[in-house]
Design a protein around this ligand. Structure first.
Ligand code: 5GP
Length: 131
């Protein structure tokens, strides 16, 4: 069953709403009733991923605190996955708002840090993370 969570109006859904509704594919790492985590299509580093709420919130101003807490709980699972599979040596959390936010659907970036690391294609990283 497809669940439409995120209408602003009849004809507008942001790109992350479309990912949630399965209209646009993504490299999913984790999903539950409240959130989805998937690899960033244009990663800064290997394993750069985003955690988004399934319900539409624009940014830090309108997101519910219990959803925010859940996002951070899930981020710990993803951190462990990145450590186990990609041997990351650090992890930066980023959450943009306003003019620096490209996609107006709340998302938390998890950006791994490596002392030395050669960038690999997203498909290859997805294979490593999910095998
Ligand atoms: P922001 O600047 O809004 O915090 O970052 C948005 C992020 O979403 C960017 O890192 C960008 O690469 C990523 N992004 C934009 N469109 C898509 C998409 O269709 N799929 C995926 N997986 N990531 C996307």
């Amino acid at each position: 069953m497809k669940i439409v969570y995120n209408y602003f109006g009849d004809d507008y859904m942001d790109i992350f709403c479309k990912i949630i509704n399965g209209e646009i594919p993504s490299y999913k790492l984790y999903e539950d009733e409240i959130v989805l985590c998937f690899l960033d299509i244009n990663p800064d580093t290997n394993g750069h991923c985003l955690i988004i709420p399934k319900k539409h919130y624009t940014d830090i101003n309108d997101i519910d605190l219990d959803v925010l807490k859940h996002i951070f709980d899930v981020s710990k699972k993803i951190k462990k996955l990145l450590e186990d599979k990609l041997n990351i040596e650090g992890l930066t959390y980023i959450q943009n708002n306003g003019d620096v936010q490209e996609v107006k659907h709340f998302h938390l970036h998890l950006k791994p840090y490596y002392r030395n690391n050669e960038k690999k294609p997203v498909e290859e990283i997805y294979e490593i993370l999910t095998k």
